[in-house]
Design a protein around this ligand. Sequence first.
Ligand SMILES: [Zn+2]
Ligand SMILES: [Zn+2]
Length: 146
Amino acid sequence: MSQNDASSRPNIKGGCLCGAVTYRVTSTFEKLFLCSCDQCRHITGSAFASNLFVDVQGFEWHGGSENIMRYQVPGRDISKSFCRVCGAGVPWISGNGTKMIVPAGSLSEQIEVAERIRIFASEQPDWAADLTRVPAHATFPKPSGI
Ligand SMILES: [Zn+2]
Ligand SMILES: [Zn+2]
């Protein structure tokens, strides 16, 4: 690979909450899946999972991969990989071994993604509907003064 090729490739860093597990991505993300299925809600403890897909060739562990634990849902092709120190979700390899599935929230920097797709929207809980209509504050809301 020439110097030009190396410098034109992305170098996106990510990791877990405590910093024990770190990784980097050197290829572009094509799709972001926001999944509200029952399993993803339980895996994340949130309204939906935010997963990016990237070719395995464009992904490398930077440090601490020995700290990764994996829970496999019995009888299903569903699993959760997480840091055994802090419990934060970290990337895992797809069932056919060709893609890394990267939880978008584990990235340490902004990315560009060509396409965002919501899936299993029928399983989204009512409390997560119409998020654009929920009041948004840049940080904590200001005290009301009451
Ligand atoms: Zn951690
Ligand atoms: Zn899901």
